[in-house]
Each structure stands twice: as C-alpha cells, then as structure tokens.
Design a protein around this ligand. Structure first.
Ligand SMILES: [Zn+2]
Length: 459
C-alpha cells in the first residue's frame, strides 16, 4: 500500500529537485507546440498566454502566472518552490495582464485553447473496491486504473482519431490524460461535453444499486469492444478474485440487488447460503458463484434481453472507467503538470505508457527522497542529462520524450509549415477549419446519442 504521508517530504529536497532534475525544457517545448522558434508560421505570443498556477506551502495559491519562455518559468519555480504546479488554458491575452486588457474594449480575456483532459481518481471507485479506500491505492485495486487507461486511450485514438495522448500518474491515487492534438486543443466547451458524454455509462449515485444502465437492442460498438477486449477479462481474471467480489453475504447481496428478476436472485441466494457450508476448498468461491450467476442469467430459460444484459451491467459497474466529467468539460480547468511531486506521497507524477500500462506499478514510482539520495550517491558530473540518467527519473523522461514529445513536435512543425505557406489563402483555411468543426460537432452529437440506443443516421 502507498502510505498517505511520506514523512521526509521537505522543501529543501524539493528545491534540489527543481534545481537539478525537473525537466523545464521538455515541459516548455510541449506546451509551446512549436511556437518557440523563429519559424515564420509560429505564434510568438503563444507560450506567454498560457496560465500556470502555483500552490505554495500553507496552501497559498498563485493563479494566472505566465511565462514567455523556459527561463522565466524555471527562474520563477526555483524562486518560489511551489509544492504543486498546475497548467491551465491558453488565453486570448496574457493572463498575468488580464486586468489591464479588461480596460480596453477589443481584448476579451477568455480561454482559446486547452488540451482535452481527463481525470480519473480511485476514490470514485470506493464502492467497488474492498482492499483500501479514500486516498490509498494498492496493487489489488490499481487494475481499475489500468482498465480506464486501456478503454479511454483506445477510444480516443480509434473513435476520435487523436494521436498525441499523454497519460500521467497523479502521484497518489489516480491518472490524468492530456489529449494534445490541435483539433483537441481547439474544442469548445460544448464539444468537450459531447466527448465526455460519449464515455458515460455510469449514471448512479452513492445510494443507488444500479450504477450502470445499458439500454438498446445492441451495445454501441465502443462499449461492446471495451467489454470484449478489456472489461470482461479484467473482471473475471483479476477483480472477481482479487477483490473477493462474491465471497461474503454483504458483497454478493450487492451484486444480487442488480438482478431485476427477484426469483433468480433468490435462487442464487439460496444456493450461496448453502454453498458456504459445503464448498470445496479447491475452487475459488468467487469464480464458482460467478459461473452460477452467469449460467442462470444467460441460460435458455431466461432469454429476456434485460437479464442477459444484466451480466454485462454488473461487469461494467465494477470495471468501467469513472471520469470526473467536470474536468473534461471546461477549458479553464487546471490540471497538475507532469513531473510535479505529490506533496503527500512524495511520488513524482511520471508518464505512463498506455501500450504497456498493465506493467505500471504505482508503488515503485520514484519518490523525492529516493531521487535526492540517488543524486547524492554520485555527484561528480554536473550536466543536467547526466544527473537525470543517474536517477530513476531518467526512464520517465526518456519515455516522455520518445513516445510523446518528439512525435508531437514533429506534427506541430509540419502544421506550422502548412500554415505559413497558406497565409495568402487564409480565408480558405479559415473556412475549412469551420467546416471540420461543424462535422466534428455532428459526429459528437451522433455518438452522444448512442447510449440511449438511438441510431441517428448522418445525413
Ligand atoms: Zn487497494
């Protein structure tokens, strides 16, 4: 289990971390999206219109910080040693000068670009995990995050066509996702809401038994693929036994309450109350009971669609990603920057490779004190990359560069080149952008309706 509080997190260590290890240059190259060179097509004001927010010790918040380049950011962070750095949207004007602009009529202070972000927090799964609760996570419940990464990453790439998706460990109990494609950064709040709704099947609250409602003649292809490729396997091979989902009366009653047919529920209840006395020690009781439940609900005797669907609903309820929708819907939401150190656990917010997310182990993520120890162990070389590579942070930064930053900047560069060639045809480019946005909106509203079973044809 990851302890809630690492006693030796201290400001001196944090200062050393910012001084020697924090990848300022990589972070700035990312959030500049190519607008940091003397390229003819680049927007020199871009970086300076991005909001950074610092949290200092004793919960002092510094909102609307802005920096024109990596040196300004680095100097400010080293001077203030924030315990948390958040990244906000790119505004129409420099957020630090928002009051000055408010005086003039032409410059409205409003967010104009923001990565599409997702925040998944283990505390939202407290009713489906029995190993720990609240801020704690362990290797028994972490697969819930692995499932979320697999399901959402696949949909973002396959269903929406996004390519530049960054996954980051939040440092304690969850994961963050940054979708950085140009078309994602320019989505309106409404379009963000439509994408968030695309992922929604969880409609319950703490007190309702049925947290998932799958309606319609067939599952939407996205939900069907998620179920077949990810959810079913993780439920049956991992969570069912790992969380002992059917081992005790209290736990199986929770699942029985999701079965709409009372006669089936009571038949299973009767078997399981007897089974407790006569079960063989050889087979896992959760597996035995799950097979019995499936057999009854999916047998020829109970062909009613609602009952067959019930097995899927139970699996969705215990495995399907639970997103903090509000974070995704609004451009001006802040999200913690990668490579921050979580002040409670001391763990660094390292990137997660979505293609190998089942190998990610939150209990082995480098901590601040561990990194400082590694730095002190051999302090002969002074170049930054040398320092990095000697610590356990090296792999995390290599992953950030090779799997995310380099492909992203390559795409940004070719995009800027196209823009500068096309300056004469600005009107055409403009109308093309508007057209593709309208098409996106159409597709999103189409997809949005899929969970209610409606199949609207695109005209
Ligand atoms: Zn746990």
């Amino acid at each position: 289990m990851i302890p809630q509080q690492e006693s030796d997190f201290n400001l001196n260590h944090l200062k050393l971390y910012y001084g020697k290890l924090f990848p300022f240059a990589d972070l700035c190259r990312w959030v500049s999206y190519g607008n940091d060179a003397n390229h003819p097509g680049c927007d020199q004001s871009y970086m300076g219109r991005r909001e950074f927010s610092f949290t200092l010790v004793d919960d002092i918040y510094l909102r609307f910080q802005s920096f024109n380049n990596v040196h300004e950011l680095e100097n400010s962070v080293k001077e203030k040693s924030p315990v948390k750095i958040d990244i906000g949207p790119v505004y129409s004007v420099d957020p630090a000068k928002r009051y000055a602009y408010a005086q003039s009529e032409n410059n409205v202070f409003t967010p104009v670009e923001r990565e599409l972000i997702f925040d998944i927090d283990m505390t939202d799964y407290d009713d489906v995990r029995y190993c720990c609760s609240g801020a704690d996570v362990c290797l028994v419940c972490w697969p819930l995050m692995t499932i979320a990464i697999k399901v959402i990453d696949t949909a973002l790439r396959d269903d929406f066509g996004f390519k530049h998706v960054l996954w980051v460990y939040s440092g304690r109990r969850g994961v963050h996702c940054w979708v950085c494609d140009g078309k994602a950064r320019r989505l309106s709040n409404e379009q963000r809401g439509a994408i968030a709704d695309y992922f929604r099947v969880y409609k319950g609250n703490e007190n309702s038994h049925k947290k998932v409602s799958l309606t319609g003649a067939a599952l939407h292809p996205f939900l069907a693929t998620s179920y077949t490729n990810v959810l079913k396997d993780y439920f049956e091979k991992n969570l069912l036994t790992g969380q002992n989902l059917l081992a005790t009366e209290e736990r199986y009653e929770k699942i029985l309450s999701m079965i709409p047919d009372e006669s089936i529920a009571s038949e299973l209840r009767g078997r399981w109350q007897d089974g407790r006395r006569s079960s063989s020690a050889k087979e896992d009781i959760n597996v035995v009971r799950w097979e019995q439940l499936k057999q009854l609900l999916q047998s020829g005797k109970h062909k009613a669609q609602g009952l067959r669907r019930c097995v899927e609903e139970i699996v969705f309820c215990f495995t399907y990603p639970r997103l903090d929708m509000e974070v995704s819907k609004h451009m001006n939401h802040l999200l913690k920057a990668p490579f921050c150190v979580h002040p409670k656990t001391g763990r660094v917010c390292v990137p997660i490779d979505p293609s190998r997310c089942d190998e990610f182990d939150p209990t082995t993520v480098p901590t601040l004190s561990q990194l400082i120890e590694e730095l002190n162990y051999e302090s002969s070389r002074s170049d930054v990359d040398g320092e990095l590579n000697r610590t356990s942070l090296g792999n995390a930064i290599t992953l950030f560069r090779s799997s995310f930053l380099q492909p992203l900047l390559k795409a940004c560069k070719s995009c800027l080149e196209v823009t500068s060639i096309d300056t004469i045809k600005r009107w055409n480019v403009h109308s093309t952008v508007e057209l593709s946005r309208s098409i996106l909106t159409l597709i999103f509203s189409y997809n949005c309706n899929r969970s209610s079973g409606e199949r609207k044809e695109l005209a």
